[in-house]
Design a protein around this ligand. Structure first.
Ligand code: SME
Length: 182
């Protein structure tokens, strides 16, 4: 397999003083488990010390978008106590509100269980925000027993997400869940 190298460079703009604090994060892994481990390390570094959940979701959505290949949508839906509401994401404009009894996202939130869907066309109630989506991985975000929302990844390729992708995405979310809770 050809080694991939993706780099994210960013500065900690939230620093109150003009401290020249910058990072260059590289994603060099060629297998999904190692790639997700790199992404989790990078995500943990991105959210460290930042209490704003929206800012953290925005950065993590961008990080996953750059690190993980073959996605057409990557982002968050936030639970407002009643339903899921669109949060920070990368990709095409998407459905804004998703009831917990609708779609792949609703199922992940309601059941508090990851939904890994090989063929979205075969999933009853799938919500087609982007017609290009063929497979989907939705990971619930729970912090201190409270449902925060979901991480939603869409791919234009059928059966794009493996068990390794699921385990990696779940581990990333568990690691940074508190920083997404606000
Ligand atoms: N497909 C999702 C809706 C969200 S979009 O994919 C961004 C679902 O069925 O819940």
């Amino acid at each position: 397999m050809i080694a991939r190298r993706r780099t994210i460079a960013f500065a900690a703009a939230h620093q109150p003083k003009a401290i020249a604090l910058s990072y260059a994060l590289s994603f060099t892994a060629t297998d999904p488990a190692a790639l997700w481990a790199e992404a989790a390390d990078a995500a943990a570094a991105l959210v460290a010390g930042e209490p704003d959940a929206i800012a953290n979701m925005a950065n993590v959505a961008a990080l996953i978008w750059q690190a993980v290949p073959d996605l057409n949508w990557a982002g968050f839906y936030r639970f407002d106590g009643t339903e899921l509401v669109l949060g920070p994401f990368q990709g095409k404009a998407a459905c804004i509100r998703i009831p917990l009894d609708k779609g792949v996202c609703g199922a992940a939130a309601r059941l508090r269980a990851t939904q890994r869907v090989e063929d979205v066309h075969a999933f009853p109630g799938h919500i087609a925000c982007d017609a290009a989506s063929r497979s989907e991985l939705v990971v619930p975000i729970v912090a201190e027993g409270r449902l925060i929302g979901v991480l939603d990844l869409d791919s234009p390729s059928p059966a794009r997400f493996t068990a390794d992708d699921q385990a990696g995405a779940e581990a990333l979310i568990v690691r940074i869940a508190a920083a997404l809770a606000g």
